[in-house]
Design a binder for this molecule. Structure first.
Ligand SMILES: *Cc1c(COP(=O)(O)O)cnc(C)c1O
Length: 339
């Protein structure tokens, strides 16, 4: 076991011992190479540097009370990466290569998987870049697939506490027929301006509206949005949001708990009708939202009591994290053990 202060581990990059890589060249994927370097050597005219051919994934490995290391729904990340690759004409990473690389990266860095009980996890970052000199706008012929891992503490140091967010009309993250549904680096570049403005105004993140009509809720920064209305879980239907695996899992848990689930357009005004709202993604699982401010209409939507997450957010959060760490039985078949 590595001598790490697991209790105070920040949510930040920390060097581990190895990463794994595979090159696609001459029409085929090469073997999985193990590297101890944090650097990549590439041609300066590579398509990832000029034309944005970069996609990524994010998942976690969790230690259970039984000491076993668990991965959560990695096949969904593999499938989503294939979809992202198709979206911007990159070479697809086969599911089997994805699995081998991810499991190998975790196994090689097993001593960095935080032990059970600290709320810390091993964050896994697979990514794919287009390589090789292309000056005209076109897809690369060569690709590099890398998986690195880094141990991270809980996303929010103060634990599961609500945040305030701001509606964003000034910027869009993604267009309806653009790349919003693919996990591409370019979507994050497009979000930096609005994120900076939100931070400067004292908010945790921005709430994007649909880019076309500016009438419906899209995403909450780099996370999916959901609202709780009585016994119903409501989440936006939009083709410019990233299909979150956390959201997909929460919808299934909500149904399993006897809630109704609706995936549909959510008009901005409906924000006043929810009992609870939250953002969800792998990093924080659920971020409960206390207040949504609309700077253009001066409307303020508030939820719950001061600093307490709502009861449904709390229940869903506990249910999902208990499955991830193995505290309760995984009846959905979402867990894979590190073999
Ligand atoms: C990765 C991501 C999410 C969250 O997806 P999960 O699979 O739940 O981690 C949500 N929105 C955007 C824009 C993302 O890139």
């Amino acid at each position: 076991m590595e001598n790490i202060d697991w209790k105070n581990l920040p949510f930040a990059y920390k060097k581990t011992d190895f990463n794994v890589r595979s090159y696609f060249k001459n029409g085929e994927w090469g073997e999985i190479l193990v590297s101890d370097s944090e650097f990549i050597n590439m041609h300066m005219a590579s398509t990832c540097l000029h034309y944005g051919q970069e996609i990524f994934e994010g998942l976690k490995a969790y230690s259970g009370m039984d000491g076993k290391i668990r991965l959560f729904r990695w096949e969904e990340n593999a499938k989503r990466m294939i979809n992202s690759a198709r979206g911007i004409l990159m070479q697809e990473v086969p599911v089997e290569l994805f699995r081998e690389a991810v499991f190998k990266a975790v196994r090689l860095n097993e001593k960095y998987v935080p032990p059970y009980g600290f709320g810390a996890t091993l964050y896994i970052r697979p990514f794919l870049v287009g390589l090789g000199p292309e000056v005209g706008v076109k897809a690369a012929k060569e690709y590099l697939f890398v998986v690195f891992v880094t141990p991270v503490g809980p996303y929010f140091r103060d634990g599961f506490a609500p945040v305030d967010i701001m509606i964003c009309r000034k910027f869009d993250r993604a267009a309806p027929r653009g790349t919003g549904s693919y996990k591409v680096g370019g979507n994050y570049a497009a979000s930096l301006q609005s994120l900076k403005e939100a931070h400067m105004a004292g908010f945790g993140t921005t709430l994007y509206l649909d880019a076309c009509e500016k009438k419906y809720i899209d995403e909450a920064g780099p996370a999916n949005f959901f609202g709780i209305k009585g016994n119903t879980y409501v989440t936006p239907k939009s083709n410019s949001i990233l299909p979150s695996i956390t959201n997909m899992s929460l919808m299934q848990l909500a149904e399993d708990e006897g809630m109704k689930v609706e995936r549909r357009l959510i008009p901005v005004e409906e924000l006043s009708e929810f009992d609870e709202v939250g953002a969800c993604g792998t990093a924080a699982v659920i971020t409960p939202i206390r207040k949504i401010v609309d700077p253009d209409t001066n409307k303020i939507y508030e939820y719950g009591d001061k600093n307490e997450p709502g009861p449904v957010c709390k229940r869903l959060y506990q249910h999902l994290t208990a499955i991830q760490t193995g505290d309760i039985e995984d009846k959905f078949g979402w867990i894979s053990y590190l073999e």
